[in-house]
Design a protein around this ligand. Structure first.
Ligand code: BG6
Length: 478
């Protein structure tokens, strides 16, 4: 079997989408806490009049309850252990540790929660894989400091990362700094805390924010390594093949430019340790000024590159410059493109492309030669409970089976793949739409989009299937 010994089979979640308890035990508000639920959430938050206040009379906030993982994590981790998880990727909510973000001392209650969560994983031999910042920057930093475009945020993050490594590095070997750092190309509010009121539409701010995140990520690597020599700290990005719509060189070139901007820019800096020479062209394309750097930044980036690339893979897109009017726009994971006539789509319009995963793994490996870790993948779908009380999610099994087969092929091609943590291993609130009905889990959670339900957990058919996949180190999926 091609998956290596110790392959990190598991599952992934994010604090803001599953914990709930949004104001418990001293937690402050995060950007995610102020995002209304519903399919229109991105257009709502992109409107200039949106004020990032909590307005329960006007909006719903599914994240405030999430799936109550905060109180039910023991039950959830026991179910993960039953599936045989080797790893569990979760994020730490920054606003549990520093409620506003700029405090001098951390909130002990928040730290204690993650002590328990980590210990619970270790009890079952599950490796915790921690994302330091997953779309949940303290709201105060976004509103009062302008998010990541402000250099001061680097200091606040450094303090936060230092506390986390001091407290958890001996127990947690695998880390990632920023979730989907490249998503700011389309939606900077989530990963950069950059909102309309503080200039999110200006790409100069986005590039400046990225620079600060690169510096902060490099500092985290430096601090983490000083705490534990075998620690593994990765970057994390969305990766999606952006195919040329046809063999017209104009579309080939457009696809190359788009891949650079979206798929490679952030990892080029974080893996190689320096800005690519195409930065100049990129800034021109986005009408942005070069990010301001401080003395020592370049050295810091060069000396503190990441150990591996964590990435999410859900779909691919096509790029059509020559006849875009003849193509349908495709829905997607925080990116833009057109529909590919050779692919089928999920109920939410995300194009399903398992071979694209093999292509992605090979492209990333060829470019960087560092280990790769698929830290998100999966099918968001509506699940029904049948009259026998079962959830027969064959569509999900089919999706994952094909993606695992593609992973296997990529490993045979020579790619170094560390692990696979499919997204939303237990149903949780969707990031792009704030819906519960867009489900990814092997475990069903009884909760609807309006917040009705018992929150009871129930195994889906995919639960036993994935258990078998892990038990056979992937063979059951081929
Ligand atoms: C990624 C994010 O973009 O995709 C997750 O890292 C997110 O936070 C996942 O949940 C799936 O997207 P969605 O919108 O279906 O939840």
């Amino acid at each position: 079997m091609s998956f290596k010994e110790g392959f990190l089979w598991g599952g992934a979640t994010a604090a803001n989408q599953c914990e709930g308890a949004y104001d418990a035990d001293g937690k402050g508000l995060s950007v995610a806490d102020a995002m209304p639920g519903g399919r229109q959430r991105f257009s709502v938050i992109s409107a200039p009049e949106f004020n990032w206040e909590i307005e329960p009379d006007k909006y719903t906030y599914p994240n405030h309850v999430g799936i109550d993982h905060y109180h039910r994590f023991k039950e959830d981790i026991a179910l993960f252990a039953e599936m045989g998880f080797k790893s569990y990727r979760f994020s730490i909510a920054w606003s549990r540790i520093f409620p506003k973000g700029d405090e001098e001392t951390p909130n002990e209650k928040g730290l204690e929660f993650y002590d328990q969560l980590i210990d619970e994983c270790l009890k079952y031999g599950i490796e915790p894989v921690v994302t330091i910042s997953h779309y949940e920057m303290p709201l105060y930093l976004a509103k009062e400091y302008g998010g990541w475009k402000n250099r001061q945020v680097v200091d606040f993050f450094e303090r936060y990362a230092t506390i986390l490594f001091e407290r958890y590095a001996q127990k947690v070997k695998y880390w990632m700094t920023f979730n989907e750092i490249n998503s700011a190309m389309e939606f900077p509010a989530l990963s950069q805390g950059l909102i309309v009121a503080t200039g999110s539409e200006d790409y100069t701010n986005r590039f400046q924010a990225w620079h600060h995140q690169f510096v902060a990520s490099a500092l985290a690597v430096k601090i983490g390594k000083s705490q534990r020599s075998d620690i593994q700290i990765g970057c994390m990005q969305i990766y999606a093949p952006l195919y040329a719509f046809d063999c017209n060189p104009v579309n080939q070139f457009a696809s190359q430019l788009k891949q650079r901007a979206f798929d490679y820019f952030t990892s080029d800096v974080q893996v190689r340790g320096y800005y690519p020479t195409y930065l100049k062209q990129l800034l021109k394309e986005y009408d942005a000024e070069a990010p301001k750097m401080e003395e020592g930044d370049e050295e810091l980036l060069r000396e503190n590159t990441v150990d591996y690339i964590g990435f999410s893979y859900y779909m691919s897109m096509a790029i059509n410059e020559t006849s875009a009017e003849d193509s349908d726009p495709a829905a997607g994971n925080l990116m833009e493109g057109v529909r590919n006539p050779f692919l089928e789509s999920s109920e939410w319009g995300w194009q399903i492309d398992p071979l694209g995963l093999r292509i992605s793994l090979n492209d990333l490996w060829d470019r960087y030669q560092v280990p790769l870790f698929i830290v998100e993948n999966g099918l968001g779908a509506k699940d029904e409970i049948n009259k026998n009380g079962e959830i027969i999610d064959d569509y999900r099994i089919d999706y994952m089976q094909k993606h695992i087969a593609a992973m296997h092929d990529a490993v045979e091609d020579g790619v170094d793949l560390m692990g696979y943590t499919p997204w939303g291993c237990i149903d949780l609130v969707a990031a792009s739409t704030g819906e519960m009905s867009k489900r990814y889990g092997f475990i069903y959670v009884d909760l609807d989009d309006e917040g009705n339900g018992t929150l009871d957990r129930k195994k889906k058919k995919s639960f036993d299937w994935y258990k078998e996949v892990i038990a056979t180190n992937g063979e059951a999926s081929l």
